[in-house]
Design a binder for this molecule. Structure first.
Ligand code: 5CA
Length: 159
């Protein structure tokens, strides 16, 4: 029998189930707070970590989610071009208020509101990727196709 998930991780698990994807959220004793820590805990390459980064659009103040390969640095100018306005880094408070998750555990789904989402095309180069599941100890494995399906994100170059 699997252990009970913490409330945030369970929220992510519920959303995954609602989408009909067979993904299982796992809570690890090790920290998965950063892409590097998650890769070490899982035993995968850091590039296979789908990190969910929240930015804030400068004019409209809306959140923008960029799901990037853990190996990549997001090019903010490119994201700005794609969404049609400049962006800035979101602070911890903004991230929590708009997604419902704390930094280090932001999942690609299960946010408090619908968030425009861009997906790093480099993630499509892997059969299996891993994403955060609501806490800095929770992750789940999925395919790039499943990531596209559950987020409705636009696959594009963000680096
Ligand atoms: N759980 C892992 C992936 S499985 C994870 O969340 N990794 S991450 O890279 O997406 O999350 C860490 C990210 O949070 C950093 O890349 C950074 O963009 C952001 N971050 C870290 N500290 C802060 C901070 N003080 N303010 C705003 N953003 C931050």
């Amino acid at each position: 029998m699997s252990k009970q998930l913490s409330p945030s991780a369970q929220r992510v698990q519920d959303v995954l189930s609602q989408h009909g994807v067979m993904c299982e959220v796992v809570e690890l004793p090790q920290s998965t707070r950063t892409a590097k820590e998650a890769a070490d805990a899982i035993g995968c390459g850091v590039a296979q970590i789908a990190k969910s980064l929240v930015f804030k659009a400068k004019h409209t103040k809306r959140p923008i989610l960029v799901i990037a390969s853990g190996a990549n640095r997001v090019n903010e100018n490119k994201v700005a071009q794609l969404i049609g306005e400049p962006i800035e880094k979101a602070d911890a408070d903004f991230v929590r208020k708009r997604t419902g998750f704390a930094i280090g555990g932001v999942a690609p789904v299960g946010h408090l509101e619908e968030i425009e989402t861009l997906i790093d095309e480099n993630l499509l180069g892997y059969e299996e990727i891993w994403a955060a599941a609501g806490t800095p100890h929770a992750v789940f494995r999925l395919t790039p196709e499943q990531l596209k399906k559950i987020t409705g994100g636009r696959i594009t170059s963000v680096t």
